[in-house]
Design a protein around this ligand. Structure first.
Ligand code: OXD
Ligand code: MN
Length: 590
């Protein structure tokens, strides 16, 4: 193949990686259909991928991971900054030279008998000032084909990189898929990611959590922008105006569902629409007009399959109709299509489960792994925003935080100002559900939903948020908190959620535009119940008042939990946040 780049740094990185991993061949991914099809055929021939029914699911394939390799491994995910203090109390840390030495041993010869692929990729539209270039070197065709969906890859990226451009280095090898030698290491001072002994998306699609959050959060801190674990959506009003919101929720709180929301009937008929810009990551920076603008650096969705259905998220389901890679779902052997728990009530009679074993719906075991996934191109999504490729991003009116709280948090409240909003994000928490192992109802703090993804000390991260607020001043988006998960005494959800969440988003936008009044409470501004539209809902105004009530005793307990959590950050916790906590307690006691 003709040389695709003159970038010396890149050529050296490829040469060094090949010398270390000792692959059969080095293959540069130029991103042409021809090359990608040939690689797919190769993976089909070895069984790494399984071709699905091409009439019903054109372009779709199935992949099964190793049984011991089905999720992100937070315990083996490290931030290798020179000083331990820079990784902070919420990250695992290893000194960089020790990490390079240990990983050098594991990578040595790890690609013997395999090909090595060099994937040039762009996070964000190629050429946008928001965008950043990465190179992922891998020995997995699954990774190459997945990166082609999740990012922009190939020659156009090398052209943009040019001879002198800089990039984030990523080296990945499946090696032996050994759990004991599995490491996902980030070197923020070298803009380098090393991932070994895993084939699971979140550990190996290095553009996503590793680059777009852990490395990018470091870049943003130094360059004056923000890398956040947020969806981005646009609400189109009947007059055609579109207002944009970004929102951070911990996992299992319905981020993809909110990002692709379908308005309730009464809204649809009036002409309301919701457009998805992104479902997982937002890169945010000030625009020329001083407002904050956001892009989605990704190019696809890496969504959880179980629970996705024609009711919960028809747009996500439609996104998987073609050119999608399914991982660890059920293979229906009668028609060569896929199934997962919660898709419908008709599990296939003849199937193979995620483990590769014969299976049917009568067996009482789960056919799809609970973390089985679809990797689908964003352009498949029926509600993808027309601004998805906009190199300047979309202007944010509001930033929303949220979690799963049975009692504490009301349906919605607005922070008093940016600083108070940073406090609201920093105290984000979610209660564990029966879906995960461990005790149910335990509060897990997850500031800004970034706990597993912030690549540096979270005390410094809070400081960066405060600084960004000062940078944009009164042009800053307003900050809100929502909770779709309040339960009644029998443990049933009170708020219907899904499309009806638009009713709450509508109040949020009205607040941003100064069109609606609110009541001041100890925790922030809350809606007058009359100002949330419940027309067509099975909820009366009294129930809504209940959803908007807060219990002072519960909140004082919450404040004690926050004080305890804050201790973790020592003297890196900005005093502003201590002051916000003290202010909250004083208002609750008043
Ligand atoms: C994800 C996650 O996969 O947050 O997006 O774990
Ligand atoms: Mn995520």
């Amino acid at each position: 193949m003709a040389q695709l780049t003159k970038n010396e740094k890149l050529l050296r990185f490829v040469e060094d990686s090949a010398a270390l991993c000792k692959p059969e061949r080095v293959i540069w991914i130029d991103g042409t259909q021809e090359q990608l099809f040939a690689l797919r055929d190769e993976a089909l021939a070895t069984g790494e991928l399984i071709l699905l029914n091409q009439e019903l699911l054109p372009g779709c394939v199935l992949h099964r991971s190793a049984l011991n390799d089905v999720a992100r491994v937070e315990a083996r995910t490290l931030i290798c900054s020179r000083k331990e203090e820079d990784a902070g109390p919420t990250n695992n840390w290893m000194e960089p030279s020790a990490a390079y030495k240990m990983l050098g041993g594991i990578f040595d010869g790890s690609m013997k008998g395999r090909d090595m692929y060099v994937i040039p990729y762009s996070m964000g539209p190629v050429g946008s000032k928001f965008s950043k270039i990465g190179i992922e070197i891998t020995d997995s065709i699954y990774v190459v084909l997945s990166m082609n969906i999740m990012t922009r890859i190939g020659q156009a990226v090398l052209d943009e990189l040019g001879a002198d451009g800089d990039f984030v280095k990523g080296l990945h090898s499946k090696a032996e898929l050994s759990e004991e030698k599995r490491y996902i290491c980030h070197f923020p001072e070298d803009n380098t990611i090393l991932s070994v002994n895993s084939g699971y998306g979140g550990n190996v699609l290095l553009g996503k959590k590793c680059f777009a959050l852990r490395i990018a959060s470091n870049l943003g801190r130094h360059e004056g922008w923000m890398a956040e674990h947020m969806l981005i959506l646009g609400i189109q009003y009947p007059n055609g105006d579109i207002k944009y919101i970004s929102a951070a929720f911990p996992s299992a709180c319905g981020k993809t569902n909110l990002a692709m929301l379908i308005p309730p009937e009464g809204y649809l008929s009036k002409g309301y629409r919701v457009w998805c810009v992104g479902d997982d990551i937002a890169w945010i920076r000030p625009g020329k007009d001083g407002r904050l603008y956001a892009i989605n650096p990704e190019n696809g969705f890496f969504g959880v399959a179980p629970g996705t259905n024609a009711k919960s998220n028809p747009n996500a389901l439609a996104s998987t109709a073609r050119n999608t890679i399914f991982t660890n779902v059920v293979l229906n052997t009668d028609n060569n299509t896929v199934w997962w728990e919660g898709l419908d009530k008709n599990p296939p009679a003849h199937a193979i489960d995620w483990r590769g074993q014969p299976w049917n719906g009568e067996m009482g075991t789960k056919g799809a792994h609970p973390n089985s996934r679809f990797t689908a191109p964003a352009t498949n999504c029926p509600c993808i925003s027309s601004e998805f490729e906009n190199p300047d991003g979309v202007p944010l009116s509001a930033i929303i935080f949220g979690g799963r709280r049975a009692k504490t948090a009301p349906l919605v409240y607005q922070s008093f100002n940016w600083q108070n909003g940073v406090f609201v994000g920093s105290i984000m928490a979610s209660e564990t559900t029966a879906a995960a192992t461990g005790a149910v109802g335990v509060v897990r703090r997850d500031p800004m939903a970034m706990l597993p993804f912030c690549g540096y000390h979270m005390g410094d991260y809070f400081r960066h948020w405060l600084e960004m607020g000062k940078m944009v001043g009164d042009k800053a988006p307003k900050i809100f908190n929502v909770n779709w998960f309040r339960t009644d005494d029998e443990g049933h959800f009170i708020w219907p959620g899904f499309g009806d969440n638009l009713r709450v988003l509508e109040w949020i936008i009205e607040r941003c535009e100064g069109k609606v009044d609110a009541q001041e409470t100890a925790i922030g501004y809350m809606p007058h119940a009359e100002d949330i539209n419940i027309e067509g809902l099975d909820i009366d105004i009294e129930t809504l008042r209940g959803l908007l009530s807060i219990d002072k005793a519960t909140w004082l307990e919450e404040a004690a939990g926050i004080a305890e959590f804050y201790k973790k950050f020592g003297n890196k916790l900005p005093t502003e946040l201590q002051e916000e906590l003290a202010g909250l307690v004083a208002r609750l006691q008043a």
